[in-house]
Design a protein around this ligand. Structure first.
Ligand code: MG
Length: 158
């Protein structure tokens, strides 16, 4: 088996939709970024690539390339995972943290799990999404940014 870790941070700004875990979440701010800025899918993509020893998301989808402007992070995740599967790996489990002062994400956690599982074509029970605040501390605590973390365990496909 092989383990991979992913981390992402995006600034929360006005005038953007909040896309997180493949869902559009009602809020008066959204994440800034070159793509749709889905920080949770970015962290998971990096964890999958890392576990397979395949580099990081920036090598596949550079934010300097106009091709990826506004890109659907779900598509980026699927593309990266194709490479992981081609190397003979499948997902044992994915665990994630979202650290956001607002909005409250508890009502969306299970929908995110289902969405991530569906993007990867794996069972929902293999995906766990946790959400917490930053106890009011630092930029995340002031509501200026959202941080995401992911850990993935890969096992050889049968
Ligand atoms: Mg990102």
């Amino acid at each position: 088996m092989r383990v991979g870790i992913g981390y992402d941070i995006h600034q929360l700004v006005e005038g953007r939709d909040l896309i997180l875990g493949g869902l559009e979440i009602p809020y008066d701010k959204g994440l800034a970024g070159h793509s749709d800025a889905d920080a949770l899918l970015h962290a998971i993509t990096d964890a999958l690539l890392g576990a397979a020893g395949l580099g990081d998301i920036g090598e596949y989808f550079p934010d300097t390339d106009p091709k990826w402007k506004g890109a659907d992070s779900g598509m980026m995740l699927k593309e990266a995972f194709k490479n992981v599967r081609r190397r003979g790996w499948e997902v044992e489990n994915i665990d994630c943290n979202i650290i956001a002062q607002a909005p409250k994400l508890k009502p969306y956690k299970s929908q995110m799990e289902a969405r991530i599982a569906s993007l990867l074509e794996i069972e929902t029970r293999r995906v766990n999404v946790k959400a917490r605040t930053n106890e009011g501390l630092d930029a995340v605590g002031r509501g200026e940014a959202i941080i995401t973390q992911a850990v993935v365990l890969l096992k050889p496909a049968p």
